[in-house]
Design a binder for this molecule. Structure first.
Ligand SMILES: Nc1nc2c(c(=O)[nH]1)N[C@H]1C(S)=C(S)[C@@H](COP(=O)(O)OP(=O)(O)OC[C@H]3O[C@@H](n4cnc5c(=O)[nH]c(N)nc54)[C@H](O)[C@@H]3O)O[C@H]1N2
Ligand SMILES: Nc1nc2c(c(=O)[nH]1)N[C@H]1C(S)=C(S)[C@@H](COP(=O)(O)OP(=O)(O)OC[C@H]3O[C@@H](n4cnc5c(=O)[nH]c(N)nc54)[C@H](O)[C@@H]3O)O[C@H]1N2
Ligand code: SF4
Ligand SMILES: [Mo]
Length: 667
């Protein structure tokens, strides 16, 4: 008999939806939205619905595999765990624990996915990856400006007169915000979209502003110049709640509006009009993550933050410089779960430069890599270098549900359970502030096991099993200690299916910022020279004319509509292919039409695909959605650069020049 259960979406996404999952004969039959969920209200996207196929697919990894003479063979868990534990003990003994690299990303938003860190800390501390390919530059920027990266509650949008969607692909990546925008628009709120691509969100907007990729910081500077010229700044905020405004003023005076307009390719009249919009409070600025994946990404976000501050839109209902909502993650007690105090050695490489880090490591060299919840061979920039690095390990272990590009390279592949096969609580520090409960609904297929079981078994073999001698329930409780003190216990979350976390719905309303001065810092006092810079992307005609001569087009690689990164493509019917989306100007210059085969290349790599001409996109823009694995012709990261963004923690994935030409169909 079919039964219906509440559950939660584990995917790395803004929305963190509540599910209703139908189970019949021990199998997941259907995934739908839970109408009772306060934010997601019964609507979910195709990626969520496809978790049914992802759970039941015949391509799931079912047994531990070991590569013997170049091909994978099934082995027992006993053998896999014994051999991996032996290697871990050997590398620790011979070279120290930092000869092991832990590579991970955030593919699963469950609290217990943090147990991998517990394992590696108790082992002694390994080489870890810091920063974030995803949102690092912007997070650091908001840390400098405001002291942290907090967003307004979704419900607060109804208080906005104007909403500026700045580089967030809302209709595709954040569907419940899209619904919210539709609702507030009906009540008269005006919507503006600033993006190089005229996307589905732009269609909903009252006004669409096309911009040259990577030049948003300049645009924000232009808007501020106009605000100040018209004397529309919020003097009270500037005088009482900010520091460093003089530095910002000097920066704005150093550049002309005409230069800004020419470089950002936005008309002066549009810039003036946006200044008037920003002065007509409250204005909610909703930033995306794509536009900080440039060399100047941190400064871009800082200039947009500054615009929200100068115009008096910080800390007021209906306002905000909304980028991420770290209040959510900060509600949980990671320390209790990860036991960082127990590690005795440490070494870090940044996410971006991991390949370079691995290949140049000495004292000790990296001998072993263990990958959990991530697929670096597809997702990390400069794939050819990443491949070289991952091939250099003596031993590579990949824990995953599927045979990914990364798993293909492994010596051991361990089959992991999916979200419906374990109990956990799920949340996302991106948008809303609810935590959702996901019970165990079905058994994992074959011999697949929960990640936590794998860590426990390895810990037992390595002599620190005592620290893993807890049930899932007990581990969850460890992560919920401070919430429990506020009445949000595991019991309550289980019973009520989701719980509202105690966070500020209008962050900074008390004007007490988490910066060293307690004020909004236009010039950060957290670092040596914390002034904002009007910097540009690295790969543009303004910064590198020779490169732009050779490679005249900007390649974006935005998130796919129907897949979460690399996770869903293999379920598509018909099979996916590399779609090369180009602006009309590129089609005209290169004589290309829809369905033409092309190669897209730069000094880092090359990819082949089929042309699709974008209806409207900023001149010179090309896009290939990220996430496609090698077997379908990907990944676009063969072309992207591993340079870090200005404030050191972020990526420069979209700061990428390429050329394109027609070719005969491959094979
Ligand atoms: N369908 C789907 N949804 C997802 C994901 C997914 O894989 N698939 N991934 C989730 C994750 S992990 C993340 S981080 C979020 C990301 O969510 P978003 O930030 O919405 O999406 P991205 O694809 O990172 O960013 C792409 C957007 O930025 C625009 N853009 C690129 N460069 C610039 C620029 O220089 N200036 C401006 N103004 N705009 C620019 C692109 O045209 C596009 O609209 O999405 C989450 N949601
Ligand atoms: N060119 C380009 N590259 C990008 C981006 C871009 O915009 N352009 N976006 C970047 C961004 S924003 C992000 S967040 C990263 C995402 O990068 P990743 O997180 O590496 O991407 P996913 O495809 O989600 O890969 C996650 C892997 O984890 C596995 N997995 C899922 N759940 C579990 C689990 O519970 N346990 C274990 N062991 N494994 C699990 C999945 O099967 C999948 O193979 O990609 C980045 N890469
Ligand atoms: S992927 Fe995002 S929008 Fe889709 S169901 Fe999951 S949380 Fe909701
Ligand atoms: Mo991300």
């Amino acid at each position: 008999m079919a039964t219906v259960h509440h559950s939660a979406c584990p995917l790395n996404c803004w929305d963190s939806c509540g599910f209703l999952v139908t189970v019949e004969d021990g199998k997941v039959k259907k995934v739908e939205g839970n109408p009772e969920h306060p934010i997601t209200q019964g609507k979910i996207c195709g990626r969520g619905r496809m978790l049914e196929n992802r759970t039941n697919s015949e391509d799931r990894l079912l047994y531990p595999l070991k590569k013997i003479e170049g091909s994978f063979q099934q082995i027992s868990w006993e053998q896999a765990l014994d051999e991996i534990a032996e290697k871990l003990a050997h590398y620790k003994e011979s070279f120290g624990t930092t000869s092991v690299l832990h590579s991970h990303d955030y593919a699963n938003g469950g609290l217990l996915t943090n147990l991998d860190s517990r394992f590696f800390n108790l082992y002694g501390g390994v080489t870890e990856l810091t920063g974030s390919i995803c949102w690092g530059a912007g997070i650091e920027a908001q840390n400098w400006d405001l002291g942290d990266a907090y967003s307004h509650a979704p419900e607060d949008l109804k208080n906005s007169k104007h909403v500026v969607i700045w580089g967030r692909n809302v209709a595709r990546t954040n569907m419940h915000l899209f619904q919210n925008l539709q609702a507030v628009k009906k009540n008269g709120t005006k919507i503006y979209v600033i993006d190089p691509i005229y996307n589905a969100t732009a269609k909903l907007s009252n006004e669409y502003i096309s911009i040259k990729p990577g030049f948003d910081g300049l645009l924000a500077a232009g808007i501020m110049k106009e605000l100040l010229r018209m004397n529309l700044q919020d003097e009270e905020f500037l005088a009482n709640h900010s520091t460093g405004f003089d530095d910002l003023k000097a920066l704005l005076d150093s550049v002309s509006l005409e230069y800004i307009s020419e470089a950002a390719e936005v008309p002066v009249e549009t810039i003036s009009q946006l200044a008037e919009v920003y002065a007509d409070r409250p204005v909610s600025t909703i930033m995306g993550l794509g536009m900080q994946r440039y060399e100047n990404g941190g400064n871009t976000i800082r200039l947009i933050d500054a615009l929200a501050a100068v115009s008096g839109n910080i800390g007021i209902p209906g306002g905000g410089a909304n980028y991420a909502n770290k209040q959510v993650g900060q509600s949980f007690d990671y320390q209790n779960m990860t036991m960082a105090e127990r590690k005795s050695s440490s070494r870090t490489f940044t996410m971006m430069r991991q390949a370079e880090g691995i290949l140049s490591a000495v004292d000790p060299e990296i001998k072993m890599g263990i990958v959990t919840c991530g697929n670096p061979l597809t997702q990390v920039p400069d794939t050819n270098r990443v491949r070289e690095a991952f091939e250099s390990f003596e031993t590579l272990v990949v824990i995953d549900q599927y045979m990914t590009d990364t798993a293909e390279l492994a010596d051991y592949v361990l089959p992991a359970a999916t979200a419906f096969e374990v109990e956990d609580v799920y949340y996302s520090s991106m948008y809303h502030h609810y935590v959702n409960h996901g019970p165990k609904l079905v058994e994992p297929p074959g011999e697949a096991k929960p990640d936590a079981w794998i860590w426990t078994e390895l810990a037992n073999r390595l002599g620190f099993g005592k620290e893993f001698d807890f049930t899932r329930e007990e581990f969850m409780e460890k992560g919920l200690v401070s919430l429990s003190q506020k009445g949000i216990t595991l019991e309550k979350i289980r019973e009520e299916k989701f719980a509202e976390l105690p966070v500020d719905e209008v962050p900074w309303a008390d004007r007490k910022f988490k910066t060293p001065s307690g004020k909004y810092e236009f010039t950060s006092s957290a670092v040596v020279d914390g002034r904002i810079k009007l910097s540009l992307p690295t790969e543009t005609k303004w910064s590198n004319p020779e490169l732009a001569e050779k490679y005249p087009y900007t390649l974006l690689s935005i998130h796919p509509l129907r897949s979460n990164h690399s996770q869903h493509y293999h379920l598509f019917q018909p099979e996916p292919y590399v779609k090369v989306e180009i602006a009309g100007s590129v089609a005209a210059e290169k004589g290309l039409k829809d369905q033409d085969y092309v190669r897209v290349w730069n000094d880092r790599g090359e990819i082949h695909g089929k042309v699709s001409i974008l209806k409207a996109a900023h001149p010179g823009t090309v896009n290939i959605d990220e996430g496609l694995s090698a077997r379908f012709g990907g990944t676009v990261n063969q072309l992207t650069s591993s340079r870090e963004s200005d404030n050191g923690f972020g990526s420069t994935l979209y700061d990428c020049l390429v050329n394109i030409e027609k070719i005969e169909k491959d094979r």
